[in-house]
Design a protein around this ligand. Structure first.
Ligand code: ATP
Length: 371
């Protein structure tokens, strides 16, 4: 980064539909950025993923890792292919390597209904969901990634790890987010999701949540067991605000959250650490629909919007925040009339029609502003 208005973005399209949704996303972000006229963002594409491993033997080449480390932010499509695996049978997932390497402990998964999308739950409040799941992304059960063992073909073990250092930062991040949301009129209520009634690790997790909660006493806080959280996400998700949880629980609950807002194609995410951040849709490379032009790029667009807003916050760059909001407003406007129905919701709008609709909505917003 040379000044607070210039940002270098390392772009990793990845595998499967990742390639198909990344091009339109970068084009949309560039259009939003262009209309702020105070922002200079360069997007550079790098290779990583299952196809890279298959073709070169390297899932995450050194050059790609170095460029990612130097960049101001990382924009990622999706990585992994079911038939390309490491010799131990696990999938190729450089996105998980990024989380460990860069200490991206806060996995932010917004569950926000786009106005105009048919709600999945039959309750008027379901059309206005707006809560956030924060998934710890560097330890928990995923600490065992690449380290689990099978003993004599008779027993398998993976170990869950909770550390004080990461948990404190995770909870501070969650309370900060709760505070930002409170300033925007949300409840500012942070809920720790755990299984503290059964596991020592989760009792420790909850204890640290309480300690950090005492330091953030301006915010409401509560606990929920993960099984109750799954129930509440279906029975009364409109009451939720900020949920913070362990890696594996967050992995599962964030897919449940995606279902509540229309499916994986609508669910953006950010993996945030103290110095780096990766922005990518919650979904994987979806090989079942790759190459057909039917992938929904909305989650990718919204992840790009989160990236611009994060850059804006981190570098006090109002123009970046504004460009991010423009992209999100354009997505909302494109779906608002209920006419744009993506393939996974039974319609016929694939990648290009969704891009065209969102880009047209962006043009309209920009025109309306200049009048
Ligand atoms: P991973 O393990 O890498 O997260 P996954 O096994 O959860 O991947 P996904 O690739 O996320 O699987 O796909 C799950 C389902 O959702 C598939 O049927 C896929 O076609 C669908 N899907 C995922 N992303 C999209 C999208 N952007 N548009 C439409 N359908 C999608």
């Amino acid at each position: 980064m040379t000044n607070s208005n210039h940002f270098d973005i390392a772009v990793f399209p990845g595998d499967g539909i990742g390639e198909e949704i990344m091009g339109p996303c970068v084009e949309l972000l560039e259009r939003a950025i262009a209309c702020t006229d105070k922002l200079d963002v360069s997007f550079s594409k790098y290779v990583a993923g299952a196809a890279s491993y298959r073709d070169s033997g390297e899932a995450l080449p050194n050059e790609s890792m170095n460029k990612a480390a130097e960049a101001d932010a990382i924009l990622l499509g999706a990585m992994g292919l079911p038939d390309v695996r490491y010799p131990d049978g696990t999938e190729i997932s450089p996105q998980i390597d990024f989380r460990f390497k860069f200490g991206l402990y806060a996995g932010v998964r917004p569950v926000r209904t786009i106005p105009g999308l048919r709600p999945i739950l039959n309750n008027p409040a379901a059309s206005e969901l707006d809560f956030v799941i924060i998934r710890e992304s560097t330890e928990g059960l995923f600490a065992s990634h690449g380290k689990g063992e099978v003993i004599d073909d008779a027993e398998a073990r993976d170990t869950l790890v909770i550390t004080r250092a990461v948990s404190e930062r995770l909870f501070d991040f969650s309370f900060d987010l709760g505070r930002k949301r409170k300033a925007l009129g949300k409840p500012g209520h942070v809920t720790c999701v755990d299984k503290a009634n059964v596991f020592k690790s989760f009792a420790f997790f909850r204890k640290i949540f309480e300690e950090q909660g005492e330091l953030n006493a301006d915010l409401q806080r509560s606990h929920m067991y993960v099984d109750a959280a799954a129930l509440n996400m279906i029975s009364r998700p409109w009451d939720l605000d900020v949920m913070v949880t362990e890696n594996m629980f967050g992995d599962i609950l964030s897919d449940l959250g995606a279902a509540l807002i229309g499916g994986m194609g609508y669910a953006p995410s950010a993996d945030i650490g103290d110095d780096h951040a990766v922005f990518q849709p919650c979904h994987g490379s979806a090989p079942d629909i790759a190459g057909k032009g039917v992938a929904n790029p909305t989650a990718m667009f919204l992840s790009g919007a989160m990236m611009l807003e994060w850059l804006g916050d981190k570098h006090q760059c109002a123009a970046a925040g504004e460009a991010g909001r423009l992209v999100r407003d354009a997505v909302d406007a494109a779906f608002a009339g209920g006419q744009l129905v993506t393939c996974e919701l039974g319609g016929d709008a694939g990648t290009k029609p969704v891009f065209d609709a969102v880009a047209a909505a962006l043009d309209n917003i920009i025109k309306a502003r200049s009048h």
